[in-house]
Design a protein around this ligand. Structure first.
Ligand code: NAD
Length: 274
């Protein structure tokens, strides 16, 4: 496929566009992941809390795609934060996925009021040192949380996966991450398919390029340097969302999309989510 790689700060390469499986039940995930692999995706984003690590793992095994051509991410759920519980939860995730290692393991949320992410990160460093995760990173960390983690630990996270789409562009967070050599990954990159994709400006740009609004939004993410993990269970959309390498946005398109930033979140605010 034409998906480019981004080289993370530990030299691991991540396909810039992957496939997310949030809210996909286990048996459906098996089908969706298979369809995604057939469409050319090689990067799959799951999490313990999604309840579909087993279906995802079955699809990976059945596909016959070589392990070293796959990039698999999973995440530690909030209730398992803490050193020992993280190690146990990681074992469970690996078993469910049927893998000997994951490519990327993320702390799902910082939970600043629970205040266990430093201990949790120590367990992540151990998992990384043991080679059972090829890279370790963060999700939903704001600069203050990440800064504290950087000051108090030895391994720099490779990535921060956060809510990011044209209506929540996260400019400051992206600049902070870039300064620290941490890649930024966009969750709900299509704004969950709700209001965003009906924006008249996106329809205009899409028509101009003979593409869909979803494709325009994904192209915008790639141009910004974001890692992006759109989700769909519809085979035609799964194909559509990876068919974004045959057109280019111009500067007028980019500034029109830039003007859609309203700061509105679809998900919880990481500062207060516990
Ligand atoms: P998304 O922005 O990828 O939107 C998915 C929805 O958009 C689909 O359910 C469908 O309704 C619609 N859609 C998809 N393709 C379309 C197309 N081509 N045309 C029209 N509509 C289309 O939303 P998401 O699933 O929330 O986010 C993607 C992935 O990000 C998740 O599956 C998950 O892996 C990850 N995620 C992570 C976190 C986190 O806390 N780390 C939170 C949410 C999501």
């Amino acid at each position: 496929s034409k998906v480019p790689f981004i080289t993370l700060n530990n030299d691991v390469r991540i396909p810039q566009l992957g496939f997310g499986v949030w809210q996909v039940p286990d048996d459906e995930a098996q089908v969706a992941v298979r369809n995604a692999l057939d469409a050319g995706y090689r990067h799959i984003d799951t999490a313990a809390i999604y309840g579909n690590e087993e279906g995802t793992g079955k699809a990976l095994a059945a596909s016959g795609v070589a392990r070293d051509e796959l990039f698999v991410t999973t995440k530690l759920w909030n209730s398992e934060q803490g050193y020992d519980s993280t190690l146990r939860a990681f074992d469970t995730s690996l078993t469910k996925l049927g893998l000997e290692y994951v490519d990327l393991y993320l702390i799902h949320w910082p939970l600043p009021e629970v205040d266990k992410y430093l201990d949790t990160w120590k367990a992540f460093e151990k998992i990384y040192a043991d080679g059972r995760a090829k890279a370790i990173g963060l999700s939903n960390f704001h600069p203050a949380h990440t800064q504290r983690l950087l000051s108090e630990s030895s391994v720099t996270p490779v990535i921060d996966q956060v809510e990011l789409h044209p209506q929540l562009q996260q400019s400051e967070l992206r600049a902070f991450n870039a300064r620290h050599n941490i890649a930024t990954e966009a969750w709900s990159p299509l704004g969950q398919g709700k209001g965003l994709l009906e924006e008249p400006k996106l329809a205009e740009i899409a028509a101009k390029h003979g593409k869909s609004p979803a494709q325009v939004v994904l192209r915008w993410h790639l141009d910004l340097g974001n890692v992006v993990i759109p989700k769909s269970v519809t085979p035609s959309r799964i194909k559509e969302n990876i068919d974004v390498f045959d057109f280019e946005l111009d500067s007028a398109d980019l500034s029109a999309i830039g003007s859609l930033d309203s700061g509105n979140r679809l998900g919880p605010n990481p500062d207060t989510f516990n």
